[in-house]
Design a protein around this ligand. Structure first.
Ligand SMILES: Cc1ncc(COP(=O)(O)O)c(C=O)c1O
Length: 487
């Protein structure tokens, strides 16, 4: 980790913002809502006081004086320029449809239909949806499982290099960093490799919006040379659900294409509650982010120390196969117990709701808004729970890392063919018509257009038996491309 370098960057960023201060738009909305202006405009709830406990009072969309998200020329133009200053990007766009719309727009902006794209296979479904919509031809690298809890490790830059050497006409590369579990890849090295080919690197940084504000966290992808980075503010910073940012810092990306794609994938009636929340979040983090993150990392450090010492608990941490790791993701497993079982105990007995439970582990998601007290409450709950649980033998778990499957046609081509249902067991050699992915963690196992192999079918059967939720398997049946087309 480059803590020294990062501190300088945070200081520089704050100085720059003294000139171009980020301000929250929320006071302007409060002022408007409290005025006597008669709202003969959307939304239809008309800000009635008794509508959902008054939650609509500040819910406005694009009205006079509040600019236009898709053609900004006033307060939103200024706010996004201030955000770009904060991030030292060439352009930063506010997103009100989550990182999902940012990923769709980023991929659409840098590719033309039917071009090739290189993707680290542990990607979110938004990446595959973009591939399908844009009719792209995907090529994959497959990050490997690491030793701890079977979590998928970092993307190997060497594999990116080899894939680019093998396929000459790849037009862009997409990497997820950090992953849901907090695993970070070496974006600086990957960016250098990708730029050597003159193509852009898109980083799905949905889970890493907080990195840039703290010195004890991995470096932010945008500072490591990524051309486009998409970050969900709502996942790890104080901001409302669905809020996210798309940053461009590149000479390889045409901002006109990004703007065009964003107005396709974002609502034409953006919620100003969401937009105000983005500005509120950025203003707060610009002003006080460094202090808040310092306290947060101190509290996290104490929590992680205690959890490391709990008998029977395995805590995910920096390990071989991880380039770097986000300490804010508390990923843990309890020997002999499935993740769902532990999550159920925490919920029922201690009123603690975790972010995600997979058969093998759980993710307790912390953020800069957690306090010493909230983290202590979680720590106490888990300690008490683990002391009270009868010891059990460790459970065997199959690997959940995606394996390479034979690509027969593109996902878009598979969608266009006639589909038929097949028993999973009888689908060997057939071509998948849909993506099949384990949820959680959401990693695609088979992508539409790929052939089912005996190994993949065997793995899917094991996952199903163990209670993994496999999207794309419907009552032990799957959709395949009609027989004649699949051989
Ligand atoms: C890795 C990753 N990328 C992108 C997304 C989509 O983010 P959002 O919920 O902000 O649309 C998610 C959602 O969980 C995700 O896990």
């Amino acid at each position: 980790m480059t803590a020294g370098k990062k501190l300088t960057h945070v200081n520089k960023m704050n100085k720059k913002n003294e000139k171009n201060r980020l301000k929250s738009l929320f006071p302007e909305i409060v002022h408007y809502s409290n005025s006597d202006m008669l709202p003969l405009h959307m939304p239809g709830h008309k800000r009635l006081a008794d509508f959902m406990g008054g939650i609509g009072k500040y819910d406005i969309t694009e009205i006079d004086g509040f600019d236009d998200l898709h053609h900004p020329s006033g307060i939103l133009k200024e706010a996004m320029a201030a955000a770009a200053d904060l991030y030292q990007s060439h352009a930063t766009y506010f997103l009100v449809n989550g990182s999902t719309c940012g990923i769709l727009a980023a991929i659409a902006a840098v590719t033309k239909p039917r071009e090739k794209i290189l993707i680290a296979r542990n990607c979110h479904k938004a990446v595959l949806n973009a591939v399908s919509l844009r009719e792209l031809d995907p090529v994959y690298v497959y990050p490997k499982e690491c030793g701890i809890l079977g979590v998928t490790g970092s993307v190997d830059p060497e594999e990116i290099s080899q894939a680019l050497a093998k396929e000459e006409d790849i037009r862009a590369v997409v990497v997820t960093s950090p992953t849901y579990e907090g695993v970070v890849s070496d974006i600086a090295t990957i960016a250098a490799i990708v730029h050597n080919r003159g193509i852009p690197l898109i980083v799905d940084g949905a889970h890493g919006a907080h990195f840039r504000f703290g010195t004890d966290f991995p470096a932010a992808a945008l500072d490591c040379g990524a051309d486009i980075v998409v970050e969900s503010l709502h996942k790890t910073l104080p901001s409302l659900t669905q809020t996210a940012l798309l940053h461009v810092k590149s000479t390889l990306v045409d901002n006109k294409e990004v703007t065009y794609a964003l107005q396709i994938f974002q609502s034409s009636s953006p919620s100003y509650l969401l937009i105000a929340s983005i500005t509120e979040c950025l203003a707060l983090m610009a002003k006080d982010g460094a202090n808040m993150m310092a306290k947060y990392s101190e509290n996290l450090f104490s929590l992680r120390q205690v959890l490391e010492g709990l008998s029977g608990v395995t805590l995910l941490r920096q390990t071989a196969g991880f380039f770097d790791y986000d300490p804010g993701k508390i990923v843990f497993g309890v020997e002999g117990y499935g993740g769902g079982e532990i999550a159920a105990h925490l919920r029922a007995d201690f009123h603690v709701e975790t972010e995600m439970a997979s058969p093998r582990y759980l993710l307790a998601l912390t953020s800069v808004c957690d306090t010493k007290e909230t983290l202590f409450r979680f720590q106490t709950a888990l300690s008490r729970l683990c002391h009270g649980l009868p010891a059990r033998e460790a459970l065997p778990f199959p690997s959940i890392a995606a394996v390479a499957a034979e690509k027969v046609m593109t996902p878009a081509a598979a969608r266009r063919k006639t589909w038929q249902r097949r028993d999973l067991r009888e689908s060997c050699r057939c071509v998948a018509a849909e993506n099949l992915y384990l949820y959680p963690p959401g990693t695609p196992l088979v992508v539409a257009g790929e052939r089912f192999s005996p190994e993949i079918i065997a793995a899917l059967e094991v996952y199903e038996k163990m209670g993994f939720l496999v999207h794309g398997v419907h009552n032990r049946q799957v959709f395949v491309v009609s027989e004649k087309m699949s051989r």
